[in-house]
Write a protein that binds this ligand. Sequence first.
Ligand code: BGC
Length: 732
Amino acid sequence: MAMLATTQVMAQQSVGEDIPQKVDSVMSRMTLEEKIGQLNQLTGDGEVTGPVTLNNSYQDQIRQGMVGSMLNVNGAEYTRKIQKIAVEESRLGIPLIFGYDVIHGYKTIFPVPLGESASWDLEAIEKASRIAAREATAAGQHWTFAPMMDISRDARWGRVMEGAGEDPFYGSMVARARIRGFQGEDFSKDHTMLACAKHFVGYGAARGGRDYNTVDMSMRRLHETFLPPFKAAIDEGVATFMSSFNELNGVPVTGSRELVRGLLKDQWGFDGFIVSDWGSIQEMMPHGVAADKYEAGELAMNAGIDMDMEGHVYIQELKNLLEDGRISEEQIDDAVRRILTKKFELGLFDDPYRYCNVEREERVILSKEHRAFARKAAAKSMVLLKNDKVLPLSKNLDDIALIGPLVQADQEYIGTWSARGESKHVVNVMEGFRNKLGEGVNLHYAKGASFTGGDKEGFEKALEAASNADAIVAVVGESAMMSGEALSRMDIGLPGVQKELVLELARLNKPLVVVLMNGRPLAIPEVDQAAPAILEAWLPGTEGGNAIADVVFGDYNPSGKLTASFPHAVGQVPVQYEHKNTGRPKVESQRYTSKYIDGPNKPLYPFGYGLSYTSFEYSQPVLNSQQMNFNETLRVQVDVENTGERAGEEVVQMYVRDLVGSVTRPVKELKGFKKISLEPGEKKTVIFELRADDLAFYTRDMEYKAEPGEFKVFTGSSSEDVQSARFKLLAQ
Ligand code: BGC
């Protein structure tokens, strides 16, 4: 009771003060041990994603004021119970922040983020995060470890699935949309939560695509490609950052004073707090830059990491480090201040239980409205990769064969990082087709093959079912556990014998639709050759089967475009649209030019690519002037017409090339896009604006600015399918 009284006094005293003063007032009562406690984050008994050292004793540690935040503690009732320990049983009663990986939904699961990004629909992306936040906050969560904004150009890396693809411009816009969705306008509302910009930085460039592996890159590449989404996150007001596991040019980022304290806090002025990744402070020992936890803690605190996620380094070592003068009290105070500020902003000092409301949890989670939006979001994310007049299928066929390991594999639809998503809520393709078609159409199912292994025994049944059908829908791809953290692959083809299965089905010469479900770009040149129709459906989430049926039967006209190139073969990786020309650009007939002797340079399906059930015709881009000054805006105008028979949406894209620079520039860089809808026969004019700022890059002297000279601007329907015009940026 005495402890409770202390808390109440604190709450009352803070009324009327602004947050910095409230924080100071709390800090003035804290012992050094209690301050260090705020920097300590432990895992509860939910899912864990790394080695757990001291599990189960966390309740005692909370009581002793040794914990500032918990992750993996879930549910309104359970978070209330744990919060109660902090508030009523610790000396100062400082509430905990509960954090969780709410990556693509909480219980209502949306498509994996890579898939979701293929919608190019920022409003929809924002709304999905908003819904995820509504559900997660109703279950007691204050903080999501999302969005992941790592650019990656390596489809072998399993975490490609969690990002928005290969492009820094688009990746920045998606990151911002997701942050807006999670955070809303005001943290103190009970349905908004802190977002986390992760993983800072370079994690997506792991050598060989192997998770956690070394990263080595030029500072120019880091600044031009990998940092922009993180800068955009700050501009959007992101509350927290997470440092990455990887080393970058020899220094683990968690110990990088230059990047974390120097760039992020000092130069960019980030004023939220930074959490390490799971155990990444102590992992500086195996990295080989710290001999023990003491040194690891010293490196991390000096680098500016505020909170230690499940590493137990700060709690054990910071006091010693301070006594030895290896770190300063100001550093500790700064970290505590950042964390307490967020607790105040969340309103936790006013009501530590405001997010623990069982009634709201029951009402909000997996609501009809959320499911309906998950269905829309999944349909919007799908990319039509090929269609030789097969799709959409008629709803009046007599017999459809549904073949493949993913037809009814509910658990796979929600992918990894599916928070509290449950397979029992998933609508699979069989159910989705049944919902769409009723009982009038016969659906013949055969699994055909497993995800792995060489067993072809199931082929016979599959071929039999397929030979009697009017159309075949093969649902193939990766299982959930083939993309995500620590799930890198060497071979990025269709796993197991699924490719052979599809090739056999194609030999039947029937209308065949290959529906792909996967979390990364796949290399599928033979499937592309053999199958008349291919629909990329990603790991589509809770409403996946309904959404696939919507697209396959034409109730939704696909409008997604790839945000990561699909290579012909893993040997092309890394392959992306934004590449340099080289001194010997490829000329097929010339031997000594930059090319492969056994395949093309270009990917199978490029960035920005995706078909529709209708067709669009583009005009040449028209510029309002052939030249611009540094303070002028250039208008780029293009007409797009729907020349087909259905209404459809199109993502109109604009790219730029700087023809001569002080350093080499990419052959194309995305600088704008607009998603428009067109009725059959309708034509719209799309206008983009370009300013000198949009043409800026890190020059030879590492100054970020545009250089005068000749440019090309491209408009079109993908990074490959474009028309161009030229203009000049005049000297200042
Ligand atoms: C992942 C992070 C995640 C954390 C907490 C780590 O293994 O790299 O992305 O937020 O675990 O679950």
